[in-house]
Design a protein around this ligand. Structure first.
Ligand code: PGA
Length: 257
């Protein structure tokens, strides 16, 4: 089994730096006990540097987005040069950015390539909306989004790529995909990766995201092509997120540190 990558996407939470630091400190303790899992927290960008002082070893840091350019007239944006050395991962193409910030398939592809070029591990997020699912378009949407996200990469091997499958209708709704449906899409993603880079396809962690909790995590992690989770709401509760990390540790068969 691939080493699980479990990432907490804090989104625009919590509301104060003090709360962010105590959340990070609690997760660091839980991450130490789940030593066979790659634990990632993605706080708001403005707190990355301060959270880095608390997440001191067992927890890796991720950003929630970035611009693909290194510098320039892009008001409000953060460049890969600014993240390098501070974060090791970056979520790209999250459905909330696609929905509210106009991110396009093509833009996500440029960001993924830029992240890799700057030594950041991209967590490329893909997923169909409810109406697309109802129309039977899930497979076509995933195919289009995955190929676009990877279009700028010369090779997948050694890129550090992570792919997150997040059905939009499952995010923040309490209505997670069934493990079997999530596995079917993860296996489709794995097949695309294999077609693009046969040698590297098996090294890429594929996460499931969308209403992951401590009650359903283990079932997702038990699927052959699911290697972790991208967790929103539950990543703000240290006990719950800790239990999800322990589920990852149990899935890989380790006792932890
Ligand atoms: P959720 O969010 O776990 O709250 O459903 C997942 C995500 O948006 O990454």
């Amino acid at each position: 089994m691939r080493r699980p990558v479990i990432a907490g996407n804090w989104k625009m939470n919590p509301p104060s730096l003090d709360e962010a630091l105590s959340l990070a400190a609690a997760i660091e303790v839980a991450a130490v006990a789940a030593s066979d899992v790659t634990t990632v927290i993605c706080p708001p960008t403005i707190w990355l540097a301060e959270v880095a002082r608390v997440a001191t070893g067992a927890t890796a840091l991720g950003a929630q987005t970035m611009h693909f350019e290194e510098r320039g007239a892009f008001t409000g944006e953060t460049s890969p040069l600014m993240l390098a050395g501070l974060a090791s991962f970056v979520i790209l193409g999250h459905s909330e950015r696609r929905q509210y910030d106009g991110e396009t398939d093509e833009g996500v592809g440029r960001k993924v390539a830029s992240a890799v070029a700057h030594g950041l591990r991209p967590i490329a997020a893909v997923g169909e909306r409810a109406e697309e699912r109802r129309a039977g378009e899930t497979e076509a949407v995933i195919d289009r989004q995955v190929r676009a996200a990877l279009a700028g990469l010369d090779r997948i091997g050694g890129s550090g790529l992570v792919v997150a499958y997040e059905p939009v209708w499952a995010i923040g709704t309490g209505d997670a995909a069934s493990p079997a449906d999530a596995q079917a899409v993860a296996s489709q993603i794995r097949a695309i990766l294999r077609e693009l880079d046969a040698d590297a396809a098996d090294e890429v962690p594929i996460q499931y995201g969308g209403s992951v909790t401590d009650a359903n995590a283990l079932e997702f992690f038990g699927q052959p092509d699911i290697d972790g989770a991208l967790v929103g709401g539950a990543s703000l509760k240290p006990e719950t997120f800790g239990a999800i990390l322990r589920a990852g540790q149990a899935a890989i068969g380790g006792d932890g540190a």
